[in-house]
Structure formats: structure tokens, C-alpha cells
Design a protein around this ligand. Structure first.
Ligand code: ATP
Ligand code: MG
Length: 187
């Protein structure tokens, strides 16, 4: 009996997530998504984010963080940035079950900084890599792994609002790196 409630709960949260993503996308495309960048200690923010969301995962894995360059405050909208980070890290984890921990790397460079989310998972077939930013697109090797195919579309919009760029490098069967670059100076 308890089992059924469990399953119903899972379905409800699945549906809630899907609705949230559709609403977020609609709001973004209508230019109604609030954007309030503020100075943020990125490394502290990511550490907190990992602690709050990915510390005690059922499979005992976690997310590793490393930093290169000198730490400084950057202009970010914390709400939008949480979505960016959340989808990238959840992807890294769910597409690499049973493999080593995903890694997040922050690299402070001269005029811009990058955040790389790297995993050692199933990767993305080369011929499908061009379609990743289409709504509802899911690569063929994802059967049996849950998802809607909206996460990357939302991420890309939010990265663009921060005047950033997003690039994905992947080798099927080996792993994936999502590289997000933001300028320090927002115009
Ligand atoms: P959701 O809408 O819940 O995020 P999703 O994870 O399937 O669903 P996206 O995050 O938009 O959707 O990713 C789109 C597709 O890109 C995925 O279905 C998968 O095929 C591929 N992909 C994205 N990140 C990874 C990754 N780290 N490793 C392997 N494939 C990935
Ligand atoms: Mg996703």
C-alpha cells in the first residue's frame, strides 16, 4: 500500500517539474522572466548549492568542485543561475549512473569566467549533438532515463540573459562537458 503512495508521489513530482519547466520557458519567451543580477561569490554559491542538493544522493555519489584563477565576485541572478546549475548537474549525474563523480570547475580568466560541468557518463552520439538545444529533444541513448528535453533549452535562454555562451563537448560512452562562459562586465 505504502508503495503505491510512493509511486503516486513520484508521478506528481514529475508532473510538477514538467509544468514548471513549460511555464518557465513560456515566461522567458514572453520576456517576463525577472533578471536581477547581483554581485555573488560564485564559489561559495556553488558549494552551498551542491551541499543543499547533491550531498546525500542514494547511490553515494557526489559532485566535486575545483577552482582555477583568483576568486572574485561576479554578477549573477541567483534564481536563474540556480536553474542553469541545477539542470547541468542533474544531467551530469543522471546520465552517468554507476560511473565516477561529476566535476564542476570554475575558471576565472581575464575578461570572463567559465563553469565546466564534466561527467564520465553515457555521452551524446555525435550525429545528435547538433539538436541538443531543440525543445523536447532527447538523444537515442537516453531510453530508460527520465527527462523531457527542456532543461538545456531553458539553460541556454538563461545563459543568454547573462550575456554568456554555452558549449557542449561529448564523446558517446565516455562522457560530456558543458562549458558555460560569462563576461564579468554585463552591459
Ligand atoms: P529535462 O527536461 O528533465 O532536463 P533532459 O535531461 O532529457 O530532460 P535536457 O537537459 O534538455 O533534457 O538535455 C537534452 C538531451 O541532451 C538529453 O535528453 C540527453 O540526450 C542529452 N544530454 C544532456 N546532458 C547530457 C549529459 N551530461 N550526458 C549525456 N547526455 C546529455
Ligand atoms: Mg536535463
Amino acid at each position: 500500500f505504502v508503495k503505491h503512495w510512493d509511486k503516486i508521489g513520484v508521478q506528481i513530482s514529475r508532473l510538477t517539474n514538467l509544468m514548471n519547466d513549460v511555464l518557465i520557458l513560456g515566461r522567458t519567451e514572453a520576456n517576463k522572466m525577472p533578471f536581477n543580477p547581483e554581485p555573488v561569490d560564485l564559489v561559495a554559491f556553488i558549494m552551498r548549492f551542491i551541499e543543499q542538493n547533491y550531498l546525500s544522493l542514494e547511490d553515494g555519489r557526489t559532485v566535486m568542485l575545483s577552482v582555477e584563477g583568483s576568486r572574485r565576485n561576479v554578477g549573477l541572478d541567483e534564481n536563474l543561475f540556480s536553474h542553469i546549475l541545477g539542470n547541468a548537474i542533474s544531467n551530469a549525474l543522471k546520465y552517468s549512473k554507476g560511473r565516477p563523480n561529476p566535476e564542476v570547475k570554475v575558471h576565472y580568466e581575464e575578461d570572463s569566467y567559465t563553469i565546466t560541468i564534466k561527467d564520465y557518463g553515457i555521452g551524446i552520439p555525435k550525429k545528435e549533438q547538433a539538436n541538443l538545444f531543440e525543445s523536447f529533444f532527447r538523444a537515442q541513448n537516453t531510453s530508460g532515463i527520465e527527462g523531457t528535453g527542456l532543461g538545456l533549452v531553458i539553460m541556454k535562454q538563461f545563459v543568454k540573459m547573462h550575456q554568456g555562451t554555452i558549449k557542449i563537448e561529448s564523446i558517446e560512452g565516455k562522457g560530456t562537458s558543458v562549458i558555460i562562459r560569462f563576461p564579468y562586465q554585463l552591459n
